[in-house]
Design a protein around this ligand. Structure first.
Ligand code: SF4
Length: 196
């Protein structure tokens, strides 16, 4: 058991937000310290909360099938992807259409320590909450269409694949036509040696 495994054991027992949520929190993250890619998103959906499996929902299917073009086998390989989020638990439904924002305390308490323990070669930030954590006060769309680094490693920002995110996709068709193709090529280069 390495340091990340020990941290995850502690994380899975975290119930810090029980009173805030009004239900039993279920922390979710997946992957090993040797994973090639760290993917950080906003927070688990209700489906992920119910199953304990990251991106096991409609957003995950779009991410894997249409954007990354990889199989579930690759996506859930713990030596390929370390899958985590700014908030590790489903945060409950908001009064509007979506879910509540992730509790701020979660990233401070867990995310920074997690990513220090993974020897990844690439970061992918999914959605605005993850982008804001790493690049505060930056324009989200500018972040999507430019290359970045985190800890000296390549980092890419992509929109959340949620079907609720319709407006952004209508306003930025070049994301699915061009930008994701560039990111996918880099992603495939990283995983190609194992799955060629
Ligand atoms: S959201 Fe984060 S801080 Fe809150 S209970 Fe879950 S793991 Fe703990």
């Amino acid at each position: 058991m390495d340091d990340l495994d020990k941290l995850k054991t502690e994380l899975f027992e975290c119930r810090e937000c029980r009173d805030l949520f009004g239900f039993e929190p279920r922390p979710v993250c997946m992957g090993n310290s040797g994973a090639k890619i760290v993917q950080v998103s906003q927070a688990p959906s209700i489906h992920v909360h119910n199953t304990g499996r990251s991106f096991n929902d409609i957003s995950g299917r779009r991410l894997r099938n249409e954007w990354y073009e990889i199989s579930e086998e690759v996506f859930y390989d713990p030596d390929i992807f370390y899958i985590t989020s700014v908030g590790h638990c489903y945060p409950g439904k908001s009064k509007n259409k979506g879910d509540n924002p992730p509790p701020k305390i979660c990233a401070q308490k867990w995310l920074s320590r997690e990513i220090d323990m993974v020897r990844n070669k690439m970061f992918i930030l999914v959605g605005k909450a993850a982008a804001d954590f790493f690049f505060p006060k930056s324009d989200f769309t500018d972040l999507v269409f430019s290359d970045h680094t985190i800890k000296g490693r390549p980092a890419y920002v992509i929109p959340h694949p949620s079907p609720l995110n319709v407006r952004w996709f209508k306003e930025h068709p070049e994301f699915e036509k061009e930008r994701i193709v560039e990111i996918r090529d880099t992603l495939h280069d990283l995983i190609f040696d194992q799955y060629a």
